[in-house]
Design a protein around this ligand. Structure first.
Ligand code: FPP
Length: 241
């Protein structure tokens, strides 16, 4: 199973406590640690975390630098944890426009964990779904592909992590009903789960609840032959139409 998470609500969490936004990100990082461990214990094979979007670059420089500092700290500190839990770390997004120290830190953890065979954690960092597609098309063009004959599988094979299966479930915390440019191509048929809970408050139980609900949706609709009767033509259960 592949679960993607849009970790939203750090700023609101801080505001509710009269704290500065960066405090929300610090707590958001702690929540990310809890959820990675929980997901690994639950046997989830792929976990994509939307850490920093191409649009987040528009935030105040102080906040951007703070988040990047947290990412760096996380990548360094979690290497022993990854080894202990057999977790492979991967990156999705534009590595070229990341600052060189962060890019190096990511390259290092990706390299150090590449042979680990447990859960894969895909850090979407400097990531935008449209930007990923643009880069995929550039890769295709650079490979000499005739773009007038391009196919869906050509595009899928040129994405950042082409061997990672499409997400089955995309979770968003903090109650917003949109996917905000996360896994645009890959998430075409993903089930969505929106929780009102702000990201820093997320625990193992919240992830279990989301996955349980996803499984129930599967059970409820799995046997239905003509899903269009129930969904007005909207595919359910990852059925591709
Ligand atoms: C969204 O909250 C969160 C972010 C833009 C940053 C996410 C970063 C982390 C959780 C820390 C790093 C994690 C890892 C795994 C390295 P927001 O600021 O948009 O909240 P708001 O919508 O309430 O303002």
């Amino acid at each position: 199973m592949h679960v993607g998470i849009i970790m939203d609500g750090n700023g609101r969490w801080a505001r509710q406590r009269g704290a500065i936004r960066t405090q929300g990100h610090t707590e958001g990082l702690k929540a990310a640690r809890r959820i990675v461990k929980a997901a690994s214990d639950m046997g989830i094979q792929h976990l994509s975390l939307y850490v920093f979007s191409t649009e987040n670059r528009k935030r105040a420089a102080g906040e951007v630098n703070f988040i990047m500092g947290l990412v760096k700290q996380y990548l360094r500190a979690e290497l022993p944890f990854c080894r202990e839990n057999n977790i492979r770390v991967r990156h999705a997004g534009d590595a070229k426009s990341l600052s060189p120290d962060i890019a190096m830190e990511i390259a290092n953890v990706v390299e150090e964990t590449k042979a680990l065979s447990g859960m894969q954690v895909i850090l979407a960092l400097n990531y935008g779904g449209r930007d990923e597609l643009v880069r995929a098309f550039r890769r295709l063009a650079a490979s000499g592909k005739d773009l007038t004959a391009v196919t869906e599988s050509d595009i899928a094979a040129s994405l950042d992590n082409p061997d990672v299966p499409d997400p089955d479930l995309i979770i968003r915390s903090a109650g917003e009903y949109r996917t905000s440019n996360f896994l645009l191509w890959e998430g075409a048929y993903s089930e969505l789960y929106i929780s009102a809970k702000l990201w820093p408050d997320w625990t193992r139980e919240d992830l279990e609840k989301a996955v349980d609900e996803y499984r129930n949706r599967d059970r409820r609709f799995g046997g239905v032959g003509d899903s269009s009767v129930h969904t007005g033509g909207i595919p359910v259960n990852g059925e591709k139409q």
